[in-house]
Design a protein around this ligand. Structure first.
Ligand code: GAL
Length: 681
């Protein structure tokens, strides 16, 4: 029913267990009246089904589902494994997660469990099986959400079961201690292991520095543990669900290969979008700089790379806040619409608001939903009613795809390596931020491309330009694939510090850039982090200046198949190569010896002729985001104004405003937080 490519659909998150039963029917009727057709329920309600170990009772949700069916409300059923009950953790403390020092996280919050405890695996599989078996054929159910936000709040696990499972994971991976010692370079600082029982998940060490190759494997292990946990549930649900009902889970979190999880266990991923974090008053806010709520487009692009068809399971509809952290203002008039359309612009065809009513108890009493505590009609529900009308007017965009000719390659090994390695991390942070912000400000839509073993030439060939800034870890297979992409006419832009590590994160001894050297035609005899007392380092690329950042590799060409096209202008490396270009087949590979800055990204986009691809349709100020969704010959343009002031847009070609049916041409004013969705005529 949802995400079938035929309609845009609204939903909400509802917690029947938070309200008296007499409220249910009215709530559902009122949702329908608002245009909400789907509710997600039950994801924290284990006790309502198994209040005591082994005592199952399905009445509570049966009563709710009866009413849902009578009211023609569709339901996404959550499995409640993110919140194991008190009876469980009291009797089986081994099910609890622990911090690095081994201190258990006790009952009282959520996500306090670990994935590897045999007893938790058994009891969580059992509740899922019981639920799927009992509720699986209910007509109102359209899909299942596994757990809730896998790896949210905690993405590291140090319980005794995790130590044991990690030992088994590396034993299976390496087969022998010799191979493990070799892979982890344990000869350094006398870390050599002589018995498997000496192996633990990384523990607290003196000077807090742990073997980096071990930590890389540990992140892989956490991902594997989480994926296996999700897969076990998915396999169970598949046995009982109705044909056509989907399986998903929500959110994007650390130390988890969500792409692989999606392939193994889900029909599609859903994302939880809370752009109001941009306005948080406390230290929890991650200081989004100029991009503010616009920064959420980055996560939406990442979600799209996991499954091009996706929905939003939790979309902001009120102020955020926990009683223990986070304080944020209520969305201003227009912002719920803006954030909803931001999700839709990036490809979401299902939007479910978090949550219907604001909870009156517990940690999330300040995390406002559509309605406040009293449930009275308010500005936010009125705005959502309007969104529903807008969805009806624009329903034909369902099933269309986000249009991007530029790709940013990412991969989990490098993401995790950049988490544990501050040198790599600094580069990655700098380049990703510069790239995202510049792409946004120049109205250059892009996709993330996850480079894993399933990617083929076909997946890459639609991109005119691919950026891959700092692939510290690069394999021969990846190099071959990228080479094919370039030979077929693609343009690849590499940044500094590529291919200097092998798959275990150990530095290679070949001349840099290792496996890329021949392909890129580059030799790097010297490199340095840019010293703090170096003035601005400017790179001159055939007469155009751009600023380098963080690192300066001094590039030579390997032979005359490649040329130096840019040189550094500062410090002792003044005049040495900063950028090379090599023609390979029908395409080109660039090797840039530094990290990206806002102006270098702009120069690349301009020189490679991929900047502002919709500039011929409309002139749009920097403060607005632009996105295009296409379906066959149909083209839908989204313009989103993130500012509290109006924005002036100039349409250069006539378009049809899908909400008003007006023709847009020439100057059009977009109101504060205004959005335009227009069909290109
Ligand atoms: C999400 C989570 C919800 C709720 C919400 C507000 O991350 O999935 O269950 O907790 O945040 O905190």
């Amino acid at each position: 029913m949802i995400l079938r490519g035929d309609r845009l659909i609204l939903g909400t998150c509802y917690y029947p267990e938070h309200w008296t039963e007499t409220m249910w029917r009215d709530d559902l009727k009122r949702m329908k009246d608002t245009g909400i057709e789907v509710v997600r329920i039950a994801e924290f309600a284990w006790n309502k089904i198994e209040p005591r170990e082994g005592n199952f009772n399905y009445d509570f949700f049966d009563r709710f589902l009866d009413i849902a069916e009578e009211e023609n409300m569709k339901v996404i059923m959550g499995t409640p494994t993110a919140t194991p009950p008190a009876w469980l953790t009291e009797k089986y403390p081994e099910a609890l997660n622990a911090d690095k020092d081994g201190n258990l996280f006790y009952h009282g919050a959520r996500r306090h469990y670990n994935y590897n405890s045999p007893v938790y695996q058994e009891l969580s599989a059992r509740i899922v099986e019981k639920m799927a078996e009992h509720y699986g054929k209910r007509p109102c159910i359209i899909g299942w959400q596994i757990d809730n936000e896998v790896n949210c709040e905690n993405d590291e696990f140090y319980s005794e079961s995790d130590h044991q499972a990690f030992r088994k994971f590396v034993q299976d991976k390496y087969g022998s201690l010799e191979a493990l010692n070799e892979a982890w370079g344990t000869v350094f600082w006398n870390q050599t292991y002589t018995d498997w029982k000496e192996i633990h998940a990384p523990r607290k060490t003196c000077s807090d520095s742990t073997n980096p190759h071990e930590v890389l494997d540990y992140f892989r292990f956490v991902s594997y543990s989480a994926r296996s946990f999700v897969k076990r549930q998915s396999d169970i649900i598949k046995k009982y669900k109705k044909q056509g009902d989907f399986i998903t889970t929500n959110g994007l979190f650390g130390n988890l290969d969500s792409h692989r999880m999606n392939r193994e266990s889900l029909d599609f991923i859903t994302y939880d979008s809370y752009p109001n974090f941009a306005y948080c008053l406390d230290a929890y806010s991650d200081k989004p700089g100029n991009m503010k709520d616009r920064k959420w487009s980055r996560n939406l692009s990442m979600t799209r790379s996991i499954s091009p068809v996706f929905g939003i399971m939790e979309q902001q509809s009120g102020a955020n806040g926990w009683n223990t952290r986070m304080e944020a203002p209520t969305p201003r008039p227009g912002q719920i619409t803006l954030w909803t359309m931001q999700s839709v612009a990036h490809g979401a065809d299902y939007i479910s608001y978090f949550r219907w009513r604001t909870c009156t108890v517990g940690t999330e009493i300040y995390w406002h939903g559509i309605l406040d505590y009293s449930g009275r009609d308010n500005r936010r529900i009125r705005e959502i009613r309007e969104i529903h009308k807008k969805f009806e007017k624009m329903k034909k965009i369902a099933g269309s795809h986000y249009e991007a000719k530029v790709g940013m390659i990412k991969d989990y090994d490098n993401t995790w390596d950049s988490q544990l390695d501050v040198w790599h991390g600094r580069l990655e942070k700098q380049s990703q931020k510069a790239f995202f912000e510049t792409a946004q400000l120049t109205h250059t839509p892009f996709d993330y491309v996850n480079l894993d073993e399933t990617v083929t030439e076909d997946d890459l060939k639609g991109y005119k330009v691919l950026f891959y800034p700092h692939a510290a870890i690069m394999t021969q297979e990846q190099t071959e694939l990228l080479k094919k992409y370039v030979e077929n006419g693609g343009v690849l832009v590499l940044g500094c510090r590529n291919a200097y590590k092998n798959i275990n994160g150990k530095c290679v001894m070949e001349n840099l850039p290792g496996v890329l050297a021949d392909f890129a035609g580059v030799d790097i005899p010297e490199y340095t982090a840019i010293a703090p007392d170096t003035e601005k380092v400017i790179v001159n690329w055939e007469g155009t200046e751009m600023e380098a950042a963080v690192f300066a590799e001094q590039l030579d060409t390997l032979d005359d198949t490649s040329q130096i096209v840019g040189t550094y202008g500062s410090d002792y490396y003044k005049g040495t190569g900063a950028l090379t270009r090599k023609a390979v087949g029908k395409g080109e590979v660039y090797y840039y010896g530094s990290a990206y800055t806002a102006d270098s990204v702009r120069v690349f986009l301009e020189k490679l002729d991929v900047i502002e691809p919709f500039g011929n349709l409309a002139e749009v100020p920097e403060t607005c985001e632009i996105a295009m969704r296409t379906k066959n010959e149909e083209k839908y343009l989204f313009i989103l104004n993130y500012e509290k002031t109006p924005a002036s847009v100039k349409f250069l070609k006539p378009m049809k405003d899908l909400w008003t049916d007006n023709t847009l041409i020439g100057e059009v004013e977009l109101e504060p937080y205004g959005v335009l969705v227009a069909e290109v005529l």
